[in-house]
Design a protein around this ligand. Structure first.
Ligand SMILES: Nc1ncnc2c1ncn2[C@@H]1O[C@H](COP(=O)(O)OP(=O)(O)OP(=O)(O)O)[C@@H](O)[C@H]1O
Ligand SMILES: [Mg+2]
Length: 239
């Protein structure tokens, strides 16, 4: 049922990586997952295609490149059939992004803890607020901090988190750390559980982080269903 989109008009913030990690974690827990790749670069669909070419199983249904004109129908059809539909969007503001968000139960905005990323994440949040007004519907969202150092919290990171919190922008309770294993997913077209020690260091920590991330995405969905989500949305007063 739920549609979870990964969106940020800035490129390279970790959308495809976090979308793939979530798809793999939900599938590992027994969920039936569809992962739609809306980016012409086809990073997540490419991961699935490489596995298929190699004769490896694909733990989810990979949907490559639906057109802007088809995305709503594709989302409506898949969300009726799949308990989880994940959408990996291109790193640019587009009609595709607006349409995907209009059907999303949760939009995750991955961002890195840099001032440039913070500005672009604020732009993504502003775009969502405009969509909310247009649609007269809340679009639940969470910022996901990505690629941060698991050992230390930088001054930039602290400042950005404080800034987001004081602006009432909801954040996912767990970041996705900078981990070699998350890069290795794409280097070897494997799942985290398939990677070997020779292919990547720090696998147990990466797995723990991926599991925590999936847990908090599900929690955010549940909180939203209970009406305990973002109280700063453009439509929350009317809701
Ligand atoms: N948590 C992480 N740990 C280590 N590397 C990461 C992590 N997240 C992303 N990366 C790396 O950062 C780069 C960009 O990540 P990714 O492709 O997921 O971003 P994106 O937002 O989908 O980019 P685009 O906007 O181009 O679609 C990739 O090389 C990826 O391997
Ligand atoms: Mg991407």
């Amino acid at each position: 049922m739920p549609v979870i989109s990964f969106a940020n008009p800035k490129g390279g913030t970790g959308k495809s990586t976090s979308a793939l990690i979530l798809a793999l974690e939900l599938a590992h827990r027994g969920g039936k997952v569809a992962l739609i790749d809306c980016d012409p670069n086809q990073v997540t669909a490419g991961w699935a295609a490489a596995r298929e070419a190699n004769g490896d199983t694909i733990p989810f249904t990979a949907i490559p490149n639906p057109g802007e004109g088809d995305i709503i129908d594709v989302l409506d059809t898949l969300s009726a059939e799949y308990p989880f539909v994940i959408v990996d969007l291109e790193g640019t503001a587009s009609l595709m992004m607006s349409r995907a968000m209009s059907r999303s139960d949760l939009t995750v905005i991955p961002m890195q803890a840099s001032p440039v990323d913070a500005k672009q994440a604020a732009r993504a949040v502003a775009l969502i607020r405009v969509e909310e007004k247009t649609l007269r519907r809340r679009i639940p969202m969470r910022i996901l901090m990505t690629r941060n150092n698991p050992a230390i919290r930088t001054r930039d990171e602290k400042a950005i988190v404080e800034q987001l919190e004081s602006a009432g922008v909801p954040m996912l309770d767990v970041p996705l750390h900078e981990r070699a294993a998350f890069r290795a997913l794409f280097s070897f077209n494997k799942t985290l559980r398939e990677l070997t020690k020779a292919e990547s260091a720090g696998l147990p920590k990466a797995l723990e982080n991926a599991e925590g991330f999936a847990y908090f995405v599900i929690k955010a969905l549940k909180d939203e269903m209970r009406g305990e989500g973002d109280t700063n949305s453009a439509t929350s007063e009317a809701a």
